[in-house]
Design a protein. Structure first.
Length: 645
């Protein structure tokens, strides 16, 4: 099975072929293992390794888990539609989510009583934009009522916040979201880490009240990053710095932490799911939200999967689609607070929870495949269709002001886009200027949509200048309208078809007439005005797919175009999806673009402000000031000496 490149996988690999190969291997593992976890109409809690009588192993499911079924649904949703059913053993993911939502109405032994389980089901429904979202959110509100002042497990609290963040824009959850966000922020200790409970006490014994496991750190990091505001991202960054500073010399992510001091309480066991899934998942979400990009620690953690210091037994079983669960000390009382790491202290069989002399024919080590879904989603970047943009073709992206930008000229961007269409790759283009970067700081949905694009270019000259100030140079501005108008003649020359989506109907028709005059041989697969509701978006995407268009240009305002690209870009079937904002108005002759001199000197915003001073003057004053403040802050932070650990 071949595995295409993805921006997240390329980012993690950083040019390291061995790491990239390991990422692809884990993706294959997830796709192989997930169907084997099916247990009737649900998912097994785990797989147990059973000797096959011929010196090898076979697996058998053990237990059932609503929680892992919801986690699996979240992962599978990130696959292209045609691949989802195969990952679920033939079941559409929508059916799985419908069954999970229906469980929320059950009573008696079948009732879903765990707050974390309810939150995960709501999260899956929100991610799928499922019809059952309102039911799931209502049940979540009942399970997590306001004003109770009761303690909540930290992981559950994090999942509640992630679910509510995913539901933004689909339902009114602002009150619950703010309570969940405040609770999780208040749960962070002075060290930045989290104990096992937030919002109160009493869930764990007093003598362990200061202790938090690895999951108690990574899920809050993920949830706060997805909340997306500055305070939340800063709290996520603080927790991430602590676990990164404590990472083992062999790349191990340790088990238990002291939230008071930030130190490690218990190092072992080392769980494989922490290494290949949970740490990359949370730390990549943090980087995507504009926090610190801890790429080297992610790589070290991944390498542990093939080079564990504790055992020489392979941890990955490609043929079975599983990994060993953990490496552990042999002391049954878990007296593992010491820091010694001598080989005899470990169970040499890698995953067995027994003494060094344990025999494989008498043990049944657990092989978790459901959580391999995390590796599938976070490392594969969530989409398995071949991507046309990676670091080999783009070059090393420039990261500043919370955005990863492609260091390309307009000519290079056009060439890469044309090549992607020729190869039937899927490329989503994002454009950022100063105003959008400022808006991304406070709009988590917009930020997620832009950072999810395969190719992000500097639409504004101010962004190019900022890159130079921060020693992250970009060769030139690549305006969205310039990229579109450069791609149209290429489409005409190569016979690629295009679809125009956006603007008022009269503007769209004038624009189409102008395009046909300028490019008489251009194949226009279809067109539609930009006046449609969120409920109509899926049907609009299906219409684009039915047209067979190779390129889709979306002429709607921000953030509507970014959110459409993010949620439905893959569904359109177009190889190239590019949001171009008000470009249709310019091509239709309704709006005059600034002369070349103004554009070349970064003054297009001023030209537009002069044309519409009452409407645009205050907006540009506010956003430009905020942009300069962001630039100044990052400039100073980059020049401060690093803190001592």
């Amino acid at each position: 099975m071949s595995h295409p490149s993805s921006p997240r996988a390329d980012l993690v690999a950083g040019g390291d072929a061995a790491v990239r190969g390991l990422v692809d291997r884990l993706v294959a593992l997830a796709l192989t293992g997930l169907p084997r976890m099916r247990d009737g109409d649900g998912f097994a809690f785990t797989l147990r390794g059973v000797p096959d009588g011929a010196g090898g192993w076979r697996t058998e499911p053990s237990g059932r888990s609503v929680r892992y079924a919801a986690i699996t649904a979240l992962g599978v949703l990130a696959l292209p539609p045609e691949a989802r059913a195969a990952a679920l053993g033939g079941e559409p993911v929508e059916d799985l989510i419908a069954r999970l939502v229906a469980l929320l109405d059950e009573s008696g032994p079948a009732a879903v009583t765990s707050l974390g389980d309810v939150a995960l089901i709501a999260w899956a429904a929100a991610a799928a934009r499922h019809d059952g979202l309102d039911r799931a959110l209502k049940r979540l509100a009942e399970a997590d009522p306001p004003g109770t002042g009761r303690a909540v497990f930290t992981v559950d609290a994090a999942w509640v916040l992630s679910a509510l963040a995913a539901a933004r824009g689909q339902a009114e959850t602002s009150g619950h979201f703010e309570r969940a966000r405040a609770r999780l922020l208040a749960g962070a200790a002075a060290s930045g880490l989290f104990s096992h409970q937030v919002g109160g006490t009493g869930l764990v014994p007093r003598y362990r009240a200061h202790v938090g496991c690895f999951a108690d750190q990574v899920y809050p990091i993920q949830a706060l990053a997805r909340a997306g505001d500055q305070e939340a991202v800063a709290a996520a960054d603080a927790a991430a710095r602590r676990i990164v500073a404590a990472q083992g010399s062999g790349g191990q992510w340790w088990w238990h932490y002291d939230a008071r001091t930030g130190g490690v309480v218990e190092e072992f066991p080392v769980y494989s799911v922490h290494q290949h899934a949970m740490a990359p998942m949370a730390l990549l979400d943090l980087a995507r939200a504009g926090g610190t990009a801890h790429l080297d620690p992610i790589r070290r953690g991944l390498r542990w999967m093939t080079e564990p210091a504790e055992t020489d037994v392979p941890l990955i079983h490609d043929d079975l689609g599983v990994t060993w669960r953990k490496t552990a000390r042999s002391d049954p009382r878990k007296a593992v607070r010491g820091r010694g790491r001598s080989a005899p202290a470990f169970a040499r069989a890698g995953g067995w929870e027994g003494s060094t002399g344990s025999s494989p024919d008498r043990r049944r080590p657990r092989m978790p495949a459901v959580r391999a879904r995390m590796a599938l989603v976070r490392l594969a970047g969530g989409r398995m269709r071949n991507r046309g943009m990676n670091d080999d073709t783009i070059g090393e992206r420039r990261r500043f002001l919370g955005v990863w930008l492609a260091p390309l000229t307009l000519e290079e961007s056009v060439a890469l886009c044309v090549k992607a269409v020729e190869e039937r790759s899927a490329v989503r283009v994002g454009c950022v200027n100063a105003a959008k970067i400022v808006k991304m700081r406070d709009d988590a949905r917009l930020r997620e949509a832009v950072l999810g694009c395969d190719l992000v270019v500097a639409d504004g000259q101010s962004v190019v200048w900022a890159g130079r100030v921060l020693d992250r140079p970009l060769p030139e501005r690549v305006a969205g309208i310039d990229l579109m108008t450069a791609l149209l003649p290429e489409a005409e020359r190569h016979g690629h078809s295009v679809y125009f989506l956006g603007a008022r109907e009269d503007v769209l028709q004038d624009m189409l007439a102008a395009v046909r005059r300028r490019y008489p041989g251009l194949r226009i697969a279809g067109h539609r005005n930009g006046y449609f509701d969120q409920e109509e978006e899926a049907a609009v995407a299906d219409a684009v797919r039915a047209s067979g268009a190779d390129m889709l240009f979306i002429g709607t305002s921000s953030p509507k175009k970014e959110l459409f690209v993010h949620h439905h870009g893959e569904r359109t079937g177009a190889s190239l999806v590019h949001g171009v904002g008000g470009s249709f108005d310019v091509l239709a002759g309704k709006v005059r673009r600034a002369p070349e001199f103004w554009r070349r000197n970064g003054l297009e915003w001023l030209y537009r402000a002069v044309q519409e001073p009452m409407r645009l003057g205050p907006r540009y004053l506010t956003t430009n000031t905020a942009f300069l403040l962001m630039l100044g802050r990052e400039f100073l932070l980059r020049r401060l000496p690093p803190r001592r650990k």
